[in-house]
Design a binder for this molecule. Structure first.
Ligand code: ADP
Ligand code: UVW
Ligand code: MG
Length: 352
């Protein structure tokens, strides 16, 4: 097999990898969850390397998902030492994501030093956000230091936007007028408001902590509450651990960040699990309303990511609760970060 792109997607809780040929087909595609105690280097060398060995000669490019590209990176970028150094600087902004991505980069560089390596950024799709949506109400000095809303999951939000636009065109409708909310509901979760293919608003912000309730991330909380915890003596590391790893569905339920388990336990009468469902859904409905307002109306709500694609109860609840939005179509679009990364990196590599 020739001209394969190897894609490495290191998320907050999983490693997904794929080989994508120049037609967009996947000769190989796999993934596994990462346990907190597991060494990523070990997984890469003991699991990924043997899997890829039969295809090694046919691989011509490596594409990596990088969650935070900051202000500098709004298109796929060829990786060199300077880029890696900048990504190191961005680690504090995406502590669950950029460190594993950097390990993936280092592994791939060692495994195939002859291959061009590209980074594809979750923030890039959101670079079209208007200032009104990307700006925090902070003094100029802080805004000039780069404190702004970036948005994430952009690789998959773009895939969703392209997929729904293609469906509209097939139905003879004008995709330039399409008002779409893409709801990426996985371990991390965010919404994007997309008009005519351009992102105009989103729920994640400076970091992937803002917005919806997630598996173990809090989503938005009153900043006054954080000030109170600081006043109370909580340190930065403890606060970060609390908000990133101990909150969200996991913190609310006291059980797990896994939606399947939350659903099972709620059905069995567990009160924490029921509370987790209620808060997750309430925030989701609030923010769908916010995205609909930014779009001045919405034609399609696309559900994607593990919860978006598979949680049938949520679909029924949304259909019921969103009946106030006239003519809303709800569709499922299977997430495809790997295919989109291969496509975007190939396009950029072709331009040079
Ligand atoms: N049938 C299902 N019903 C409800 N939730 C599901 C179902 N299948 C998967 N999920 C949820 O999807 C989430 C993981 O989403 P996924 O997009 O795979 O994660 P990641 O962000 O790591 O890629 C988990 O909370 C899991 O419980
Ligand atoms: C940005 C983000 O939250 O990614 P993930 O859903 O893979 O954790
Ligand atoms: Mg994900």
């Amino acid at each position: 097999m020739q001209d394969l792109a190897l894609v490495i997607n290191l998320g907050s809780s999983s490693l997904k990898a794929a080989l994508v040929d120049s037609t967009g087909a996947f000769p190989w595609h796999s993934g596994r969850s990462l346990q907190p105690e597991e060494s990523l280097d070990g997984v890469l060398s003991r699991w990924l390397e043997p899997e890829l060995a039969p295809y090694r000669e046919g691989i011509t490019l490596v594409g990596h998902r990088v969650v935070h590209g900051g202000e500098r990176f709004t298109a796929p970028t060829r990786i060199d030492a300077a880029l890696e150094a900048t990504l190191e600087e961005l680690v504090p902004l995406a502590p669950l994501h950029n460190p594993p991505a950097l390990k993936g980069l280092a592994w791939a560089r060692g495994w195939a030093p002859d291959l061009p390596q590209w980074a594809c950024f979750d923030t890039a799709f959101h670079s079209t956000l208007p200032a009104a949506a990307s700006t925090y109400a902070l003094p100029a000095e802080l805004r000039q230091r780069g404190f702004r809303r970036f948005g994430f999951h952009g690789i998959n939000h773009q895939h969703v936007a392209d997929t729904v636009a293609a469906q509209w065109q097939q139905q003879g409708r004008d995709a330039n007028k399409l008002r779409l909310i893409s709801a990426h509901l996985g371990a991390g979760a965010s919404l994007a408001a997309i008009r005519g293919g351009r992102c105009i608003d989103t729920t994640m912000g400076y970091t992937p902590l803002e917005g919806l309730v997630m598996a173990s991330r809090s989503g938005s909380v009153d900043p006054g509450l954080l000030l109170e915890l600081l006043r109370d003596g909580m340190g930065e590391a403890e606060l970060s651990h609390l908000l990133q790893k101990q909150a969200g569905l996991k913190g609310l339920s006291g059980l797990s960040g896994d939606m399947r388990e939350i659903r099972e336990q709620a059905a069995a009468g567990h009160q924490g699990a029921q509370l987790a469902l209620d808060v997750f859904r309430q925030r989701l409905l609030q923010l769908i309303g916010a995205m609909a307002a930014s779009l001045r109306g919405v034609d399609v709500l696309a559900l994607t990511g593990g919860i978006g694609e598979h949680d049938q109860a949520l679909r029924a609840e949304l259909t019921d609760a969103l009946s106030w939005l006239p003519n809303l179509e709800m569709v499922i679009v299977p997430a495809d970060e790997e295919g989109m990364i291969a496509l975007l990196c190939r396009r950029s590599a072709a331009v040079g």
